[in-house]
Design a protein around this ligand. Structure first.
Ligand code: MGD
Ligand code: MGD
Ligand code: MO
Length: 761
């Protein structure tokens, strides 16, 4: 573990620092080394899909398609440590509750299915069949299937996710809370309405052609390191890379490619962003409106700016938007974006001058109250110059988990369409439930209200990833049964229902053998490419089951003879599952044949071909006002005696969501600690404090509930005044359950109104 220090990071992102970190990741985890061979198999044909992020691979034949953080994800799974029955015999659950999240995961891979015994307050081994019988007993005893919740985290592969939704719908509910609800849900909502498709419209080939790439609310140096290779290449060939981010992110400034021998040999590095707009947290909608207003002004001044042909042929709603933009005041746009009028013109001009442009976005856009509106503004901006559905141009939401997009594609959705349910009925012969189910926030409410009694989770860490932590813990503890399919121990297993199961599964790096032989699974990346993934490591324990096997055996135990599906036959050979996926979804035609092609295939994205599967048959310009009544606005109007900050919660370089690999955040210069607040030096002075002082953070939602997170160190940082940043999940207790994105229900974890008080005051 590093010594606690704050030290400005002078190096480029990636480069030698990254290679050193890769080596350390493997050594620390004592990964079965094989490590080297393991890494060479990540994102390779005949290897496994990297469990890190959802960024696609350019060349499935190059031998180094991994990155530092992918290596950490692989090393975390391939660790030689084991959390077996001996560990659980040693600690009560109450003991484990006192341990950190880092400690829990650091115990290593789970080896046996375990059941909670209330009389000893310990988890004890249970036979798989007994575990499935316990689940079946609970599910079949519920008076209404809607009292059960089925969570999915985005690492689940297509085959497991598909089988899971078949089982859950045959059982009788659409209660599918999933990590998407906390992530890119607003993207799906916004784009479906606007373009008739909820996915990105670009491929990597477009990245090679774009004259400008805009990166909004994303930290690729940490979360999608392989994306830097694309951005650097764009920069090198003279394209503009324009970042919008309140924080000065090192990974958006300079980058040394560990896969570039020359840069490594010379300790060189390349710039990433050509332009960096440090707007205010939540200021993107106003900033984009400013860019559009600029375009319109230039057009009105007689320049050829707009793509009239596109607007006339492909869209509706432009006149209303133009009218709204003309009447919008520059002063308001500048105030709410935090950029000057001149900067808004400059950003608009950068966009205007590009023959083709891609706009990328991440959590800095989606985790706000007005996320859906902001994303539709991105769509408007693209359409004004016809930058969608042609080479080098389009929308690029950058997804998180490696298969989060695929899970949605194969049916993990709490609001399924009628057409999809009809297909499910025709293919599987049961009548699926039509009533829409609960998303993550509604699921938490249902548990709190006693309306949901069983939570089953396919991966993830529900107790740590969700907002309003202590409410969630209360909710989980009220359940009759909580079940987690998982690879490692985490908080969700320790904060459990009256009865509880931990079901350990194979990871993506491991060999999966079923009755029909060696199996592979499929995943879909952020650009709709679907390909096969097959592990190469021996399973962490002989007692592990694959995720499809766990689902099938649970389904068989629960539904018994009532089921129309031959569950155990399906999992003998995953080709059979894929045949069913093909039967339900036309876009998977010839699925089993097409995954044999190295690199796989791209699913159809209608908007990429300028086909708009919307009600009007056209793409829509949509008009939204600049929000002036967010929780921060309201808090600023009511709190008089001190400054209200807008807190955004983000990831460090050494974590994968709730999994903490280490205590460093190298590019931001933070070492040996995580409880820090990034804050403008002027704001520290205004508070009458010093850099390095300890503070407690208190949320001000105005609902009378005290929400706080204590003991954070102030770190002066290049961030606008009034905005601060800190890491998730430590700050989740500050996020009010009721504060969600309009029309998408996503917790607003990037805009939390807070005040800072001296620690312990
Ligand atoms: N190594 C690693 N890789 C990961 C993950 C991980 O935890 N570790 N998580 C995965 C998952 S599930 C996801 S969803 C992605 C997340 O990847 P990102 O989308 O990069 O998510 P965050 O780390 O939350 O970073 C958000 C960025 O948005 C900026 N930001 C905050 N508020 C605003 C705002 O209002 N406007 C703008 N323009 N910017 C803002 C922050 O400064 C930060 O740079 O990464 C995936 N990949
Ligand atoms: N405040 C705040 N909250 C946030 C966010 C934020 O930016 N700020 N981000 C949100 C986002 S974008 C997301 S996606 C969610 C993430 O929410 P989740 O997806 O629920 O959380 P993860 O931390 O990714 O889940 C990690 C766990 O997955 C399990 N796991 C790992 N590999 C496998 C596998 O192969 N199979 C199975 N079955 N289990 C496995 C391990 O046990 C590990 O502990 O958090 C959200 N919460
Ligand atoms: Mo995510």
């Amino acid at each position: 573990m590093s010594e606690e220090k704050i030290e400005f990071y002078k190096g480029p992102a990636a480069g030698w620092g990254a290679l050193r970190a890769v080596t350390n990741a493997l050594l620390q985890q004592e990964a079965t080394l094989k490590g080297g061979k393991l890494l060479l198999s990540a994102n390779q044909p005949d290897g496994f899909d990297c469990p890190g992020c959802a960024w696609p691979d350019r060349d499935h034949h190059s031998s180094f398609q991994f990155c530092e953080n992918g290596a950490k994800a692989v090393a975390a799974e391939a660790t030689s440590r084991r959390a077996g029955p001996e560990l659980f015999a040693q600690y009560t659950v109450t003991d484990m509750m006192g341990q950190s999240d880092f400690w829990l995961e650091d115990q290593g891979r789970l080896t046996h299915p375990m059941v909670y015994d209330a009389s000893t307050d310990k988890y004890e081994p249970i036979a798989w069949d007994d575990a499935f019988a316990l689940i079946a007993r609970h599910l079949n005893a519920l008076p209404d299937p809607n009292q059960a919740l089925f969570y999915t985290s985005g690492r689940a592969n297509n085959e497991s996710a598909f089988l899971y939704q078949v089982f859950v719908r045959e059982y009788g509910t659409n209660n599918f809370p999933d990590c998407s609800n906390m992530c890119h849900e607003p993207t799906g909502t916004a784009m479906n309405r606007q373009f008739g498709v909820g996915k990105g419209t670009v491929t990597l080939d477009d990245f090679s052609l774009a004259e400008a790439i805009f990166v909004l609310g994303q930290n690729p140096g940490t979360n999608h390191p392989r994306m830097l290779t694309e951005l650097r290449a764009a920069n090198k060939r003279g394209a503009r890379v324009v970042s919008f981010n309140p924080l000065r992110e090192r990974g958006l400034e300079r980058f040394a490619d560990p896969q570039d021998k020359f840069e490594m040999a010379t300790f060189g590095s390349s710039p990433i962003s050509t332009n960096y707009f440090q707007l205010r947290v939540g200021g993107d909608l106003a900033a984009i409106k400013g860019m559009m207003k600029h375009l319109l002004e230039r057009e009105d001044a007689g320049e050829a700016v707009l793509d009239h042909e596109f607007i006339a042929t492909h869209s509706v709603g432009f006149d209303a938007l133009a009218q709204d933009l003309r009447s919008e005041s520059w002063a308001l746009l500048a105030q709410e974006s935090g950029l000057s009028e001149a900067q808004l013109h400059e950003a608009g001009e950068l966009y205007r001058c590009a023959g083709s442009a891609i706009i990328c976005w991440g959590m800095g856009i989606t985790q706000h109250k007005h996320a859906v509106a902001t994303i539709q503004m991105i769509g408007n901006l693209l359409m004004m110059r016809g930058n969608i559905g042609r080479p080098g141009a389009g929308a690029c939401p950058v997804r998180g988990h490696s298969n989060v997009q695929g899970d949605r594609t194969v049916g993990i959705c709490e609001k399924p369409s009628a057409a999809f349910l009809d297909r499910m009925r025709d293919v599987f012969g049961f009548e699926p439930p039509r009533k829409h189910g609960h998303d993550v926030v509604d699921s938490i409410r249902a548990m709190l209200d006693g309306k949901a009694k069983v939570l089953f989770a396919l991966g993830g860490n529900f107790a740590a990833a969700t907002p309003d932590t202590f409410e969630v813990w209360k909710a989980l503890r009220q359940c009759d049964l909580t079940v987690h399919v998982t690879t490692k121990l985490n908080r969700s297993h320790i904060v459990h229902g009256r009865e509880a199961l931990i079901l350990p599964c194979l990871g993506r790096t491991e060999i999966d053998v079923q009755a029909g032989g060696l199996q592979g699974v499929t995943v879909e990346d952020s650009m709709s490419m679907v390909h096969i993934s097959a592990g190469i490591n021996a399973p962490a324990s002989e007692h592990l089951l694959s995720e499809p096997a766990i689902i099938a055996r649970m389904a068989a135990a629960t539904l018994g003879d009532r089921s129309k599906t031959e569950w155990l036959w399906m999992i003998e050979d995953y080709n059979r599952i894929r045949d069913k996926i093909e039967a339900v979804f036309d876009d998977f035609k010839d699925f089993n044949a097409r995954i044999k092609v190295p690199g796989g295939f791209r699913l159809r994205v209608a908007a990429s071909d300028r086909i708009w599967e919307t009600a009007s048959g056209k793409a829509s310009f949509l008009t939204h006002p600049v929000l002036q009544d967010t929780a921060s606005h309201r808090a600023r109007a009511t709190v008089r005696d001190t400054v209200v900050f807008t807190l955004m919660t983000t990831r460090s370089h050494d974590q994968y969501n709730t999994t903490i690999y280490g205590q460093d955040d190298r590019y931001r210069g933070v070492f040996g600690q995580r409880r820090v607040v990034f804050i403008n030096a002027e704001d520290i002075r205004a508070l009458g404090m010093k850099d390095g002082d300890w503070v407690d953070i208190k949320a001000v939602w105005g609902d009378g509930v005290e929400r706080r997170a204590d003991k954070f160190r102030l770190v002066s940082y290049d961030i606008p005044r009034g905005d601060i940043g800190a890491y998730y999940p430590e700050t989740n207790p500050l996020v009010a359950l009721a504060s969600v994105a309009i029309d998408a229900g996503t917790p607003t974890s990037k805009s939390i109104p807070v005040v800072l008080v001296p620690h312990g005051a």
